[in-house]
Ligand binder design. Sequence first.
Ligand code: KG4
Ligand code: ZN
Length: 351
Amino acid sequence: MGSVNPHEPLVLGIETSCDETGVGIVRGHTLLADAVASSVDEHARFGGVVPEVASRAHLEAMVPMIERACETAGVRPYDVDAIAVTSGPGLAGALLVGVAAAKALAIGLGKPIYGVNHLAAHVAVDQLEHGALPEPCLALLVSGGHSSLLRVEDVTSGVDPLGSTIDDAAGEAFDKVARLLGLPFPGGPYIDRAAREGQVTIDFPRGLTSRRDLERHRFDFSFSGLKTAVARWVETQQRDGGAIDVSDVAASFQEAVCDVLVRKALDAAGDQGIEDVLIGGGVAANSRLRSMATERAESKGIRVRVPRPALCTDNGAMVAALGTELVARGRAPSALDLPADSSQPLTEVVA
Ligand code: KG4
Ligand code: ZN
């Protein structure tokens, strides 16, 4: 961590778009606190996030996380220059809890409020680890709800979508395949772990990579066919009485996902003449994705930046990181009556 410059903006960021209640405090590009409470265990038996359960958990965790973050950072709420909060996209009820808390703080403290885009925050968070973002950069955002390739000129003024998934998100594919293999929810980290014990023995399909698909969907993704292929493979093995080596299936599935993500990200960077690729979102925590992207990019003269795994999954620091950038660049804050927008478009960085 570099030395903290007291003249850089100090922002408290709140994240509640899914099942993590995150409160982060950032000064400039320096992370001061990142308090996260997760309700993931309460959703595990349902095999997916239950919105009402997530909303209630946010309500219970919000004040303790704000207190913990302020204590860790050694900051009083009055000290901050602005409050930033994820206003969308995400689960409507969950977002509402964060937005209401942020409004209460902003009004009570007399500070500006920035309702920010969750996906732009996944990009901005890398500044906490690797410093100012290269401009432009190519971002591969892969999470439970999104898989997108974006051209990012300036993260505070909008991002340009080049492609996205046409069916399941990459994280969703990890979660569904994990379920099929009898691994717990959320599946990504469990597949990652199982794959390290296994070998890539099965050649699963790479979605939207045939010559015909590339004509229409060069920078789009599709993972539902891969998920079905894994399901068929498991069914066939079970019917024939064959053994299923979960580690090998996990490694082979993971290889197929990472291969397509990395291939398309590097292709997009080449196409756009961009030399810096940033990977963000929960799936960016995947160890194979990180190593494969770094290896393949190097041979093409492209630099890859991936934040450490704890900053890839949802947290409040990423919201605060985007917040400090907005303040530093003099962007106008949101109105105090800003809505939570479950489908906030990628082009809208501030609500
Ligand atoms: O960004 P995130 O925390 O929440 C959303 O905005 O969706 O992403 C959560 C997703 C889940 O699908 C989870 O399985 C996946 O990220 N994930 C991983 C890993 N860690 C989390 N996927 C693959 N490998 C991992 N190590
Ligand atoms: Zn996310």
